[in-house]
Ligand binder design. Structure first.
Ligand code: SF4
Length: 107
């Protein structure tokens, strides 16, 4: 997830100067439309696609692993916070010994 945020910020950092430069070459109404198209096509849409790929890649882990129901599991980073390791379907860092159910407050 962190790399999705990182690359989204990089694309945004590239888009802003580009938009600034385009301001001198385009009429104002066309410039606004260009900004919207650039932001959606170069920043927002790739972030959405990346997030969908992230969810698809980790779908089984989120739905059917022991860690997904544990309070120490951080879904956004696919990380066991207690052990600071990334669980997989085949690898549970604590081997189930430190599993604690999620409460309503932690969900
Ligand atoms: S404590 Fe154990 S069960 Fe809970 S997230 Fe970490 S490795 Fe998974």
């Amino acid at each position: 997830m962190g790399d999705i945020v990182f690359w989204t910020l990089i694309r945004l950092a590239i888009s802003i100067p580009l938009a600034w430069v385009l301001k001198d070459y385009l009429d104002y109404p066309i410039w606004w439309i260009s900004i919207v198209i650039i932001l959606y096509g170069f920043v927002v849409y790739p972030a959405i696609i990346s997030y969908k790929k992230f969810e698809e890649k980790n779908k089984n882990l989120f739905e059917s692993s022991l860690c997904s129901s544990c309070r120490h599991f951080d879904k956004s980073a696919v990380l066991c916070i207690k052990y600071d390791k990334h669980p997989t379907l085949d690898y549970i860092p604590c081997e189930g010994m430190d599993w604690e159910p999620k409460t309503f407050e932690t969900e």
